[in-house]
Design a protein. Sequence first.
Lengths: 328, 242
Amino acid sequence: MSPQRKTWLPKLAVIAIFLLPILIINPKTYITLTISGLAMGMLLFLVSSGFSLIFGFLSVLNLAHGALFTWGAYIGFTAFTLINKWTGWGGPNSIFLNIVIFLLALIVAALLVAVLGIITERLVIRPVYGSHLFQIFITVGAMIVMEELIRIVWGPNDEVMPVPFNFMGSWDLFDVVVSKYPLIAIVIGFILYLIIFMILRKTKIGTIVRAGVENPEMVQVMGHNIYRYFTGVFAAGSALAAIGGGMWATFVKSIHPAMGGEIIVFALIVAIIGGLGSMTGSVVGALMVGLSYNYVAYLVPKAALGITMLLLVIILSIRPTGLFPEGT
Amino acid sequence: MEADLVAEPILKVEGVHTFIGKHHILQGVSFTVHPGKVTVLLGRNGAGKSTTLRTIIGLLSPSQGTIFLRNRAIHHLKPYEISRLGIGFVPEDRGIFNFLTVEENFRVAMLQEDGKTREMMETIFDIFPDLKKFWKTKAGNLSGGQKQMLAIARPLVNRNELLLIDEPSKGLAPIVIDHLIDSINKLKEYTVIILVEQNFYMASSLGDDFYLFDDGKTVHQGQMQELIQNEDLKKKYLGISG
């Protein structure tokens, strides 16, 4: 078998597996579920990419990543509410202003959570570099502290996440009902993936980060202050978690202090499936998890989480280092 | 030779002790490296040669002793600070980034990208033409010899005045070793080299000065020609006879 055919066969097999549900699901429902699955996948990508990047580059298993995701959701919630109160840009008047206020809320969330990430890296993570056991203990501790801080600042109850007016409802495309927000989430997620991919591929900083995923010691020996890059990557990973948090909250229309704990399980699965440290792996893994979760949730609701675990087991038995171990 | 030995050394290592965990690996290593020379560190496995290089570049911190680069103490500096002072390091496992292309490997190594760097790249391509040929190839797809050439050429791009090379012949076929010897000989013009090498043929082909290591200490020093002729020393410290 030629090497080219060898590369394409598994990809075709995966596509065929994800087309299988169309045999037992109504095609219109299949399209709706597919869009919902892609949207969920893109949102999972945002959370897991940060987690994966941090593990790949810093070799830190950051279990507080879920709490950073929650902080992103809450800050996004507050930023959106306040800006909307001052400007009314979240109302029905203009889709453009709806997009602006949504992006502003995400940017505020990303920036503030990046700062929180820097503080976490400096104070909590740095003393335990190189020790995975201590990292697990200390990041679980940090997660609890950050969750409790949310309860102190915003209260322990669920909040309804405001959604820009024009993001609600659905479009009727060729007789298929397509919710608006999932499509928007897919577009934003894909744009962010492209931005991250281009930064990692085309910039010097990105090249150094990719080199660091493979061999951080050597990067240091080449004259680069690895700790500065550690902090930068941690901040970027935290910002991605925050954007994921804000977008996820808009997707499910609610926020609560423990929401990060639920999502971190998915982030971990996606990161492992994709290959730790790989952005392309994160996006492919997240889409696989999002799609399979949605199809199975429709057919056998109780097996939805189980199929995600099964996917992880199958991929790890075929490729123990994940789908894209190259770290790009 | 006498005049060279009294010239100001580039590197001076004095009474260095280094621990790895609880193990006392270096127990008083001292040597000097002079301009225009290839200094070879020789000894049996576990004698402390690689640990010495890792201590010089800052990956291990000495518990005692001093290391001076042109009269500047560097033993307390971090690896990236030491590297920026003009020391390049080629580890035993080559340390190349397999998932990056040859070009990207050089890009990571370049601390500045200016006319001098481009000029140096041309020199590197003259010495290692394969690197130009495989410029866009992932480093992981190169042959063992090409990977070693990449590992050695990469730190040169910053015109480092000192290059630490750890066991470059490891895992290479004899014909590739000969090719590598030729290439390293050409590098002498551009940088001072400290070479750790188990392969005595390569060490003797390249070395000007030598230091013998035993149990974490430097026990003998001299010029390579003396060692080549001294069967007792070779047998006692390197296990080579005949």
